[in-house]
Design a protein around this ligand. Structure first.
Ligand code: ADP
Ligand code: MG
Length: 944
């Protein structure tokens, strides 16, 4: 049964007691009032007659008695109007009663009672009465409290008993459970000991075994019966036994702390194995010592690993110090070395404690990142490292050591991490790579040099297998570099040298000497080239032959140029010789011809006259020859001017047609927008005629002559072939025939004077010599290409003139000068020249006025201004005036006036101011009549 709790019981008992108490009070008061009223009733019954029939004094005495004995406060008799006539005071309250009254515990009850006498209401009795119930009340309250206290005590006791009973039950249950758990644990423990792979034994203080587990038995290869009772020390190899025994003797105590001991034992298979024993004392429940136990764990592998670790650590340490490497570990958070090898001092000049990691970076004048951080700068690499995005830090630093030396240091490091995977620092190795770096730089310089030289360079091993070839080799041989590597230089063999040649070469270099010589090699495309080859043996540090280095220079071009030079020197010499002869010869001819002409023909017989005619005729031909010789030797004065090559060829073609005859077709091809040539048109004309004449002779049965002109830019290759040629643009004239061709052996002699294959009287051998001379004089060159039976091609290169406008076209007929009917004023102070000019211009049809100075010129101008269309004036005039002034004054009056200036010498001041252009508005003195006539005509025609 469930008891209500102590609190509930107490509260309900208290409430019930209070209600009971209240009811009792109520009843007790009511009872007291009732008694008082009954008493008053009695008094009234006494008082009324006494009052009215006896005397009031008696009444008062009665009342007085009643009041004092019954606890009234007062009793009063009033008449009908309320006027009191008898009043009696009761017993006043004293002592504790006053306090109780104030607290309301002694209430005052008032009452009225009419006094009736024979149905007449005489007055009334009024009373106030103390109800003295308090003592009973207090008593009841005390009883209540006592009751409550007793109840409380009772309840407490009951509760305690219940609790104790519960506790006893719980404890009993717990004990039962603990007992069960203990049993289970013991079973578990036993089985774990039995099944444990670790060795387990118990033994007494003298080392006698009292228990061994199966693992122990297996390990030592005995059964438990053999082991129990024996001493375990016998398993320890003799040499180890003494120290183990002494430790055990010292430390095995009943009150010992667990003791760990590593030692070797001999296992069942006879092998010595390391066991880590944990020894401890076993006690019973009361803490009494029973015996010792030991748990043994086979740590042979661990020991071996430890020993390996120690050995490898030692190996690493020795390797690192042998490599002059400085290992280090940095704490980046605190910016300090956790550890740094002593070698840092020889590397940087600073002791380990003088250097913070960041200071090492500050010392670096250059940092080159490699590997994963290649191309980064320090800050970027550092950020990557600390963000955990860099697995390996590889950088080379160029440092200045404390002593001011420059060192290259390679730094290879990995980040180290905190437990939560944050990068904490770096673990790495510093290596001095100054020497390596220097060698690399040197190697790079050498390699760059070898790669960029013009000579073909290759390196072979001792068997001649090519290991390296430079780019120039590709250029010279036409083989790709990768094609030749791994092959031997036999691929360059041309077959032009006897076997002995190569044998001698190999013999020389095998002896360790250099070989230099000229070889003819074959390019990949089959073409041959001449090379100057030097093969040098290379020895290693110990003097053994290791490689051969071959340097070969292509000298084909050089040989060709040398040949060219010889050729031109030869022609030059012949030219000088020819010129000398021609000059002398000319003089002789003049004498012969002059004397022949001086002879009085009338005095001669007709036969003699014929002889003289033949002399004159022969000298004429001889003069012609010398003329051509002089052309060749370039001793004839030239008349250079700007010439339009197209124009030249068109006019030339007209002239060539009759020369070639009907059976030879002339084909002309002109390139577009041909620039102007600076040339003597008469000489070029001569050149065309000579070449065309040869072509005609080469095509007796007819054929085709192709003549073309085009502009060409001088290529680098051309320049190599023509060292004398200037850079820039050239006009290429091509003259090709379909004739018999020229045998190769004749070609070197073609341009020599008097070289001819033609019959006597037919050929002079001067045609091509003259062509050569003319081309040379124009600072150009000529090439010939021919095949026997396949025609001949001559190519002539002439430099393009600076000016862009050709001079006005001229008549090719020598005798006819240009003509005109315009008026010309000639101002010239030299009288003979003035007269000559005057006559010449008149012959050409012009109306001519002349003046010897400015004053005279003005006079003529006044009279004939209208007719004068051109002013020809010397720049320098007598009397201080100049031709330029004159021209300006006249031009002001007649703007359309044409002006042509002449001068005996170059007038720098005029040249700039007047924009004098030779051949346009300026005619330098001395001029020839033809030049003058042509310029006058050109000047007048300009602008029309
Ligand atoms: P010539 O014509 O008087 O013999 P050249 O100097 O003009 O003298 O020519 C020299 C030689 O060159 C000629 O005799 C001829 O054998 C050869 N020759 C020149 N031009 C040609 C050509 N177009 N075709 C074949 N052979 C030529
Ligand atoms: Mg000829």
């Amino acid at each position: 049964m469930k008891f209500p709790s102590r609190k509930t019981t107490l509260w309900s008992t208290a409430v019930a007691a209070l209600i009971g108490y209240g009811a009792w009070i109520w009843w007790y008061e009511g009872e007291a009032r009732r008694v008082a009223l009954a008493d008053l009733e009695r008094h009234a019954a006494v008082v009324a007659p006494a009052l009215w029939h006896l005397d009031p004094a008696m009444c008062r005495d009665y009342l007085q008695l009643a009041a004092s004995s019954k606890g009234y406060q007062y009793l009063r008799v009033e008449d009908e109007t309320g006027t009191p006539f008898v009043t009696c005071q009761g017993q006043p309250l004293g002592g504790m009663d006053v306090v109780l009254h104030r607290l309301g515990l002694i209430p005052a009850v008032s009452f009225q009672r009419p006094v009736v006498h024979e149905k007449d209401v005489l007055g009334r009795i009024v009373g106030v009465w103390y109800v003295r119930t308090v003592y009973a009340e207090v008593l009841a309250l005390c009883g209540l409290i006592v009751g409550l206290v007793l109840l409380e005590r009772h309840l407490q006791v009951r509760e305690m008993r219940d609790r104790l009973q519960g506790q006893v039950e719980d404890r009993t249950r717990e004990l039962a459970a603990a007992h069960a758990a203990l049993a289970a644990r013991e079973a578990q423990y036993r089985s774990s000991v039995e099944q444990s792979p670790d060795l387990f034994c118990r033994f007494t203080a003298d080392g006698t075994l009292t228990y061994v587990n199966p693992a122990y038995c297996r390990f030592f290869g005995r059964n438990p019966d053999e082991l129990v009772g024996s001493r375990f020390l016998s398993f320890i190899p003799e040499e180890d036994r003494a120290p183990v025994e002494s430790v055990l003797r010292a430390r095995l105590r009943p009150d010992m702390e667990p003791l760990t001991l590593d030692h070797r034992v001999r296992a069942a298979d006879g092998e010595l194995r390391w066991i880590r024993w944990t020894n401890s004392a076993i006690r019973d429940d009361q803490g009494r010592f029973l015996e010792y136990q030991a748990i043994g764990h086979d740590i042979t592998e661990q020991k071996r690993a430890e020993m390996d670790l120690v050995r490898s650590h030692e190996l690493y340490r020795r390797a690192i110090s042998a490599a002059a490497a400085v290992p280090y570990e940095i704490d980046l958070v605190e910016d300090r070395y956790l550890f740094v090898g002593e070698g840092i001092r020889s590397l940087t000049g600073y002791a380990p404690d003088e250097l913070a990691p960041r200071e090492l970076w500050n010392l670096a004048e250059e940092i080159v990142f490699l590997g994963a951080c290649a191309g980064l700068n320090l800050q970027e690499a550092f950020q990557r490292l600390t963000a955990g995005r860099l697995e390996q830090w590889r950088a080379d630093y160029r440092l200045r050591t404390r002593a001011g030396e420059i060192r290259w240091i390679s730094d290879t490091a990995v980040p180290t991490l905190t437990e939560n995977g944050q990068v904490r620092g770096m673990l790495g190795i510093l290596l001095d790579i100054t020497d390596r770096r220097r060698m690399e730089e040197e190697h790079a310089r050498l390699a760059a040099a070898v790669e960029s030289v013009d000579e073909a360079v290759f390196v072979t091993d001792l068997q001649g297998v090519i290991l390296y070839a430079n780019p120039a080799l590709e250029r010279v041989t036409g083989y790709d570099r990768n094609e030749v590597i791994g092959r031997t230089p036999r691929i360059f063999k041309s077959g032009k040298h006897p076997q002995a040649f190569y044998l001698q070469m190999w013999a020389t270099i095998r002896e360790g000497r250099s070989w230099t010589g000229r070889v003819t090699n074959r390019r990949k495309d089959g073409r041959l080239y001449e090379a100057e080859l030097t093969i040098s043996p290379v020895r290693d540090g110990s003097g053994r032959l290791t490689y051969y280095v071959a340097v070969s220079r292509d000298i084909t071009q050089q040989l060709a140029l040398e040949e060219q030079l010889r050729e031109s020197q030869k022609l030059e010499a012949i030219g000088r010789l020819a010129a000398g002869v021609a000059h002398e010869f000319n003089n002789l001819l003049t004498i012969i011809q002059g004397n022949a002409l001086l002879m009085d023909r009338d005095a001669l017989s007709p036969e003699d006259a014929t002889c003289v005619d033949q002399i004159v005729h022969a000298t004429q031909r001889a003069a012609d020859l010398t003329h051509r010789l002089l052309l060749y030797s370039r001793k004839k004065p030239m008349q250079m001017r700007a010439v339009d090559p197209g124009d030249l060829l068109l006019r030339g073609a007209r002239m060539l047609e009759p020369l070639l005859g009907e059976r030879i077709r002339l084909r002309l091809h002109l390139g577009k927008d041909l620039p102007v040539l600076r040339a003597d048109p008469a000489l070029l004309e001569q050149l065309l005629i000579n070449l065309a004449a040869n072509a005609r002779d080469a095509m007796p049965d007819g054929g085709e002559l192709f003549v073309s002109a085009e502009v060409c830019e001088l290529s680098e290759r051309d320049r190599m072939n023509r060292p004398m040629a200037g850079l820039g643009r050239y006009i290429r004239l091509t003259i090709r025939d379909t004739g018999v061709g020229i045998p190769p052996e004749h070609i070197p002699h073609l341009f020599e004077p008097f070289f001819t294959t033609k019959d006597v009287g037919k050929g002079t051998g001067l045609g091509l010599a003259a062509v050569y001379g003319i081309v040379q004089q124009h600072r150009g060159w000529i090439e010939v290409e021919s095949q026997v039976g396949g025609g001949t091609t001559f190519r002539i290169h002439l430099p393009v003139a600076e000016e862009s406008q050709p001079a006005p076209p001229t008549e090719l007929e020598v005798r006819d000068l240009p003509r005109g009917g315009e008026g010309v004023l000639v101002v010239e102070d030299e009288p003979s020249l003035r007269r000559l000019t005057e006559t010449l211009l008149q012959r050409c049809g012009y109306r001519v006025w002349s003046a010897s100075d400015a004053r005279e010129a003005h006079k003529v101008w006044e009279q004939h201004r209208a007719e004068i269309q051109l002013l020809l004036t010397d720049l320098v005039l007598p009397g201080g005036s100049s031709g330029a002034d004159l021209a300006a004054q006249f031009a002001a009056q007649k703007p359309e006036l044409k002006v042509l200036f002449t001068s005996g010498y170059f007038e720098a001041q005029f040249h700039g101011a007047l924009n004098l252009i030779e051949g346009d508005n300026f005619l330098p003195k001395p001029y020839r009549p033809r030049q003058l006539a042509e310029m006058i005509r050109a000047r007048l025609d300009r602008g029309r």
